[in-house]
Design a protein around this ligand. Structure first.
Ligand SMILES: Cc1cc2nc3c(=O)[nH]c(=O)nc-3n(C[C@H](O)[C@H](O)[C@H](O)COP(=O)(O)OP(=O)(O)OC[C@H]3O[C@@H](n4cnc5c(N)ncnc54)[C@H](O)[C@@H]3O)c2cc1C
Length: 460
């Protein structure tokens, strides 16, 4: 972080080009990726490369394999290493570099630099003493307790899935892969840690004027307040550059939520001529070639767009066969877990954490899909595994959530929301939500303090 949390654009471009190359895009990641393995006392092995080979042989130690090294996975690796020292802990991740989605909206408009968002997985794993393997996970075989990767197969005693989300472009395009790929390539959502963020940043900074349209996915979605934060910060950039430009938010929902009054005050008071908010804009058709969108609230054309298709649990939840069923009978898109103990409904040795977690409560349905919650889930599941390894029956633990959203850069001001959870007398998890709608410079300080503390928790 630099003085007043602001960095120059030249620095972003210089630092970013290497990092962008180290982050796979979700589709390109299917191709073979270079393999990195680290761990205490273990030299780098020769490059393996066939999924039929064994990735790591078994020693005497029982083994936890963590799939996905985002906010949930990287925290789980650290806490398992600390709390269950006799367990072998292996983290599998497709990217060489950790890239944080939290704080990335601020990075889009140069409030923080690329270094602030990124960490070298290999270095962190060596410091914290777990094994990191950079590879694409291809299959998860729960019957044989094996994970098959592009570099070989690995078996497990405990499996932790922290796959994050995937974009459900099929909901818009059916089998039209050409339209889906064009949308992903030209108008990236940048909601998954990948090179998409760099493409979006370039597009925003190169924008010369006109309409930038954002489609917001229907709930449940990753970090519900963050698209409004993104809209405010892009609007602040356009305002500072005195562009003749609009940010048009096409929201599936009937109103801005959470922190609705806070965001709406920012739209009205700071960006009256720039931000246009359109509620009930359920997307019906997207044409990325002619730059047009049809919604339930009208038709729109655009000069650039951030096209966010509906979200679902990441591919790994589907590969593991833990995705739940909807009342209509099809997949509901999210992992079916025990609400209190976070293991797959039908498998106590498979835990799911973070955004992929499905329905947990009749009161609020889903935990907020937030890095803060993923971090807490990881710590909770590490505790459950530690208790089981000590032959004790774990008692349940619940997360909380805290989310800060910057709405203005000049001066820097933010709003926030806080969630708490408890189990009521009926055994149902209950959520309490408090919105802090007044924008304040002090809240920006709290945001950076939150980020400092949680990065320290994951990487320190
Ligand atoms: C713009 C934006 C702003 C946000 N702001 C906040 C905020 O202020 N506060 C907050 O708490 N949260 C915020 N979030 C939400 C936060 O990013 C997510 O909730 C969090 O990342 C979820 O963690 P996760 O571990 O479930 O998934 P992720 O962090 O996405 O991790 C999933 C990992 O799995 C890996 N992976 C997936 N499939 C494979 C495979 N087949 N092989 C190998 N690896 C694989 C991915 O590469 C990725 O590293 C924000 C998100 C966005 C997009």
């Amino acid at each position: 972080m630099t003085d007043r949390h602001t960095v120059s654009r030249r620095r972003f471009l210089a630092a970013g080009s290497g990092i962008a190359a180290a982050l796979a895009t979700p589709t390109l990641a299917q191709a073979a990726t270079p393999l990195q393995i680290a761990g205490p006392g273990r030299p780098l092995p020769p490059l393996a490369g066939r999924s039929t080979q064994t990735l790591l042989g078994r020693g005497k130690a029982r083994r936890a394999v963590i799939c996905g090294g985002g906010w949930g996975g990287i925290t789980a690796a650290k806490y398992l290493r600390q709390q269950v020292p006799h367990l072998e802990v292996v983290l599998l991740e497709r990217n060489a570099v950790f890239f944080s989605c939290p704080m990335s909206n601020k990075w889009l408009v140069d409030v923080v630099d690329t270094q602030y968002l990124t960490k070298d997985y290999l270095k962190i794993s060596e410091e914290l003493g777990y094994r990191f393997i950079q590879t694409e996970i291809l299959e998860i075989e729960r019957d044989t307790k094996r994970v098959v990767t592009a570099a070989g197969a690995i078996d497990y005693d405990y499996l932790i899935l922290s796959p994050g989300i995937r974009y459900n472009y099929e909901a818009w395009f059916g089998n039209d892969l050409r339209a889906a790929e064009a949308t992903r390539a030209r108008f990236p959502a940048a909601y998954i840690p990948s090179a998409e963020h760099f493409r979006l940043k370039q597009a925003i900074h190169d924008f010369k004027g006109g309409d930038l349209v954002m489609t917001l996915p229907p709930p449940p979605q990753r970090c519900p307040p963050s698209p409004y934060e993104r809209a405010c910060l892009i609007a602040s950039l356009f305002k500072a550059k005195k562009l003749n430009a609009r940010v048009v938010i096409l929201d599936h929902k009937p109103d801005v939520m959470p922190i609705g009054p806070g965001f709406k005050a920012a739209f009205q008071e700071l960006y009256k001529d720039i931000v246009t908010y359109v509620p009930n804009a359920h997307v019906k058709e997207v044409d990325p070639f002619n730059k047009r969108i049809k919604t339930a609230a009208g038709d729109f054309s655009f000069d650039h767009a951030i096209l966010m298709a509906p979200h679902q649990a990441g591919d790994l939840a589907w590969k593991a066969g833990v995705v739940g069923q909807s009342f209509q009978g099809g997949p509901d898109g999210w992992a079916a877990v025990d609400p209190l103990f976070l293991h797959a409904e039908d498998d106590k040795d498979v835990y799911v954490i973070g955004d992929a977690v499905g329905y947990v409560s009749p009161q609020f349905s889903f935990y907020p899909k937030a890095g803060h919650v993923a971090n807490q889930h990881a710590r909770i599941v590490a505790h459950y595994i530690a208790e089981r390894e000590a032959d004790r029956e774990p008692g349940y633990r619940l997360p909380d959530n805290l989310c800060f959203m910057m709405v203005s850069t000049q001066p820097q001001e933010a709003i926030s929301v806080k969630f708490d959870y408890k189990v009521n007398a009926m055994g149902i998890i209950e959520q309490t939500q408090i919105d802090f709608n007044e924008r304040k410079p002090e809240t920006v300080g709290e945001d950076f303090e939150w980020a400092r503390g949680i990065y320290e928790d994951m990487f320190g």
